[in-house]
Ligand binder design. Structure first.
Ligand code: NDP
Length: 254
């Protein structure tokens, strides 16, 4: 359908070498976008690129640490060098540490802020001039249920994910004049490398997620693809500053 067609568009997905990022990358590629996926781990980059290429995507993988401003700038430069433009940025890279707030060191706090929040700020600013040059763009940030709720094991993570939503609203208001739409997706509990750890570290989490999710299952990375395509496409041209839960109803249930 033309409204959702991403042919001719170029998307950069941070953390696109696995989990939710790869699920989104697959969705964008299926809608016609050319792709740049970025992560620190060269082997994961290679494996994800092989999978995307085998599925027919026009894609490259770039090694980058998005906590570093120089890497974010280089990532955008490489995207434009390879594909000539940048239309869609997915700020997806992120990580967590699960433990009580009083046990976090300052270095751990700063590390999570850098990985989950500063990274999105740096990549958005790096992408901005190219989106202006392209006549507009789409920024999609990955928040979390922790953008809405707290948890005893997630103080810094929840701070970053609340920050993602508020920063994205601000980008939306600042850059609407440039025809750039910025929105967040708030995934529920999705089965990825990140949550394999959570199931081991948080007692009873698996059952709690099943009980708290009206859909009655964990999500999978492919569940995020449809909303990402919507937010990356002309279908969402009058949608900006929102945060859309993709959570099987988790946030709707008291
Ligand atoms: P994964 O651990 O599978 O993926 C994380 C991705 O981020 C990897 O591709 C990793 O690549 C990349 N990454 C992490 N740090 C950096 C960095 N400094 N520079 C570049 N890339 C980095 O987890 P998910 O797919 O689950 O998580 C993706 C996003 O979704 C995160 O922001 C997470 O907070 C969020 N999320 C996840 C939920 C879930 O239930 N799984 C729920 C809500 C939100 P590499 O290791 O190669 O650097």
């Amino acid at each position: 359908m033309e409204l959702f067609n991403l042919a001719g568009r170029v998307a950069l997905v941070t953390g696109g070498n696995g989990g939710i990022g790869l699920g989104i990358a697959r969705g964008l590629a299926a809608a016609g976008a050319r792709l740049v996926i970025a992560g620190r781990n060269a082997a994961k980059n290679r494996a994800a690129l092989d999978a995307l290429s085998a599925e027919g995507a026009a894609a490259i993988a770039v090694e980058a640490d998005v906590t570093q401003e120089a890497d974010c700038l280089a990532l955008v430069a490489r995207t434009v060098e390879r594909f000539g433009r940048l239309d869609i940025l997915v700020n997806n890279a992120g990580t967590t540490i699960r433990k009580p707030p009083e046990t976090f060191t300052l270095a751990e706090w700063n590390g999570l802020l850098a990985a989950n929040l500063t990274s999105a700020f740096l990549c958005s600013n790096a992408a901005y001039p190219e989106m202006v040059r392209a006549g507009g763009g789409k920024i999609i940030a990955i928040g979390s249920m922790m953008s809405l709720f707290g948890a005893p094991f997630a103080a810094p993570y929840a701070a970053t994910k609340g920050g993602i939503v508020q920063m994205t609203k601000s980008l939306a208001t600042a850059w609407a004049k440039d025809n750039i739409q910025a929105n967040s997706i708030l995934p529920g509990w999705i089965d990825t490398d990140l949550t394999v750890g959570a199931r081991q570290q948080v007692d009873g989490l698996h059952e709690k997620v099943l009980a708290g999710t009206p859909a009655g299952r964990w999500g999978v990375p492919a569940d995020l693809a449809g909303t990402a395509v919507f937010l990356a496409s002309a279908a969402s041209d009058f949608v900006t500053g929102t945060a859309i839960p993709v959570d099987g109803g988790f946030s709707a249930q008291a």
